[in-house]
Design a protein around this ligand. Sequence first.
Ligand code: 13P
Length: 340
Amino acid sequence: MSAAELEATAKAMVENGKGILAIDESTPTIGKRFDTINLESTEENRRAYRDLLITNPGGKEYISGMILFDETIRQSTSDGTPFAKALIDQGIMPGIKVDTGAKEFALHPNEKITEGLDGLRDRLAEYKTLGAKFAKWRAVITIGDNIPSQACIDANAHALARYAGLCQEAGIVPMVEPEVLMDADNTIELCYEVTEKTLSALFSALKSQDISIEHTILKINMVISGKQCSTQADVQEVADQTVRCLVKNVPAELPGIVFLSGGQSEELATAHLNAMNANNPELPWPLSFSYGRALQAPCIKAWEGKAENVEAAQKALLHRSKCNSLACKGEYSSDMENAS
Ligand code: 13P
């Protein structure tokens, strides 16, 4: 793939108020999601669920790409069309999660380093033949007593840059995702500080490994209060602090930034994105979404693992997709939540 094609893919991922649907849960994680509806995590149940997400009528209006898991990119719709082809036929780009998970970081208790570089060149070549246009690698940064360490931030940034280089070599757009977790009791100020350090280490690693920023998408957490913090920053503050942190630390030539939802409620994740876009029409990059839970939660609940609920589940997903698409343009209002 030429540089022009990489650029076109990166742009298309975030254009026209569209965003990315993350459906790349690993087998243990999708198992946890199925537990909430008392559904066994068999290969066929996982396939049936991903089938309804992928074939959702109307989804392409709001969704530019979907991130698949290794098992999913090898599966097919109930009529036998490979999932990647089913996406491409609708004009939705298939993406693939290529890291192999966040593991204990040696000598650093309670911190994680993401693995998956060994053999990645060959895996990317195969994913390319299976239709992948972009790939995702998630690094996890944990806030706690005396953590994150600079060592953890730097090691993860280095791995993200190595992955990004292999992706660009293969003609696949890297979506670099360092996630500062929101599960602790930290203030929004501390989240800002850690997110800033993380972004600074990331872009310096990308630069030192000659990664083309113009062909990279950033997926990042919002700057937000930890879930256990007694003072929760409101929507305006989350939007302001997130945008301030990005403007200060992200190069203008990056083609786009997408957010993960990280455990926020569906409606808050949408309201935060909307406030950022409504108040900042002149940013150098589009701000969009790449949510997993904040798009899928109402859908999986409506589905309950039953064929007769597929239509209701797809409608629930479409509604959240539409709300977030409007939030990309600053045109969402919470009144829309009661309208459907
Ligand atoms: P959440 O939106 O559920 O955080 O998932 C997004 C994702 O892809 C995390 O890697």
